[in-house]
Design a protein around this ligand. Structure first.
Ligand SMILES: Nc1ncnc2c1ncn2[C@@H]1O[C@H](COP(=O)(O)OP(=O)(O)O)[C@@H](O)[C@H]1O
Ligand code: SF4
Ligand SMILES: [Mg+2]
Length: 359
């Protein structure tokens, strides 16, 4: 992999609420290299947003990072710095120079009271030693860069005067104001119509190409992930259950959750886009985290006596850079059945009967 811009190790973020503890992020490992696009996919409630906000230390109270490491390039120069124990100043510098984030709802991160020029200009003045006039010039340049027509006029527009797509472009312009080496985009197109979605994704792709910017693209749309991402990380209940390069994950998914997600998505490169089809059952309530493998109540390849008992560890292979968290692939894994060979969509629900003979 090219030079690392982000390395997350065993990240844990919890919300201590009156009724119990929500383990929103529960041992996430991932890494992004310079100029690389990583798609993070998974159903709603799997911890994607909390993970992303944790990276920038933006978790809402009572949420708290309870463990793990978040290594980014030190804004003070030199090597990497871990943001988990870092002081506020370092975290601010990282947000100003290294990593920027755009959210699903552009309106929630913009002030309705100020023009685009004011808001983006402020961001520029915060990060760079420039005059107000220069900040305005740079704002116009950025608005043009993200494809906003007539930027020299739009710079004086208020958010309510703009369409959702134009606002999301403006948000991306604001994110670019600090020349980030990594842009975290949390479902950036979910609130937009299909045509605008495609344009925003094309914009993200061009930023990666032209500026060499890495992108963490959080999406529940596997078609989007297939088109844009070099690598994919599949999240389920707070951890990455499978990751690897996009082509190999799509060609030969290993984790039963990935298989279920991919089940009815059109083939890679077919050009059509599909939303995730529902996986059997539902993501469990945050307080009712299953024992053993968290996916076991919904798994088509469940092995009784093992899956509800043992927490799977990451297993590497078959290609370099691939990893899966499933007991089928651990030593001795699913040897009592042809688990590793079963194809997506196979009904492997007979695993329960099989394993009765194991006891
Ligand atoms: N502010 C919060 N307070 C309590 N629980 C939260 C909060 N934000 C998120 N969660 C919980 O954390 C889990 C992960 O949520 P989230 O990261 O938003 O999922 P995703 O982005 O994958 O849809 C969910 O169970 C959610 O209910
Ligand atoms: S460990 Fe068991 S329950 Fe979990 S995904 Fe693998 S086969 Fe399914
Ligand atoms: Mg989310």
């Amino acid at each position: 992999m090219s030079e690392t811009v982000l390395r997350v190790k065993d990240l844990r973020t919890q919300f201590a609420l009156d009724d119990g503890v929500v383990k929103a992020v529960d041992g996430v490992d991932l890494e992004i290299g310079r100029g690389e696009v990583l798609a993070v996919v998974g159903e709603s409630g799997c911890g994607k947003s909390v993970m992303a906000r944790s990276i920038l230390r933006l978790v809402d109270k009572p949420g708290r990072i309870t463990g793990g490491e978040i290594w980014v390039r030190d804004p003070a120069g030199g090597g990497l710095v871990d943001l988990v124990p870092a002081d506020v100043r370092t975290v601010r510098q990282v947000r100003g120079k290294r990593i920027a984030m755009v959210f699903q709802e552009p309106m929630t991160s913009m002030s309705p009271m100020h023009t685009l020029g004011n808001q983006i200009g402020e961001a520029i003045l915060l990060h760079e030693r420039v005059t107000k006039a220069e900040a305005r010039e740079r704002t116009i340049e950025l608005l043009g860069r993200v494809g906003i027509p007539a930027p020299e006029r739009r710079v004086d527009a208020y958010p309510f005067q703009m369409s959702g797509g134009m606002l999301q472009r403006a948000m991306i312009a604001m994110a670019l104001s600090c020349n980030p080496e990594l842009l975290i985009a949390d479902e950036p197109t979910t609130a937009l119509d299909t045509t605008t979605q495609a344009q925003i994704l094309e914009l993200l792709d061009s930023l990666r190409r032209d500026l060499g910017m890495a992108v963490m693209l959080i999406t529940h749309d596997l078609g989007v992930a297939a088109r844009l991402a070099d690598r994919i990380a599949v999240m389920y209940l707070g951890s990455v259950v499978e990751h690897g390069d996009t082509a190999s994950v799509f060609r030969a998914p290993r984790h039963p959750y990935t298989k279920a997600l991919l089940g009815s998505v059109p083939k890679l490169g077919s050009g059509s886009r599909a939303r995730l089809t529902p996986v059997r059952g539902m993501v469990p309530h945050a307080y009712q985290r299953p024992t053993g493998c968290p996916f076991h109540p919904r798994c088509e390849e469940f092995m009784a006596g093992r899956c509800e008992v043992t927490v799977p560890r990451p297993t590497a292979g078959p290609e370099p850079g691939r990893e899966v968290r499933c007991l089928l692939y651990e030593d001795g894994g699913g040897s009592h059945k042809n688990a590793g060979l079963s194809k997506a969509g196979d009904s492997a629900g007979d695993g329960t009967g099989d394993s009765e003979g194991d006891a």
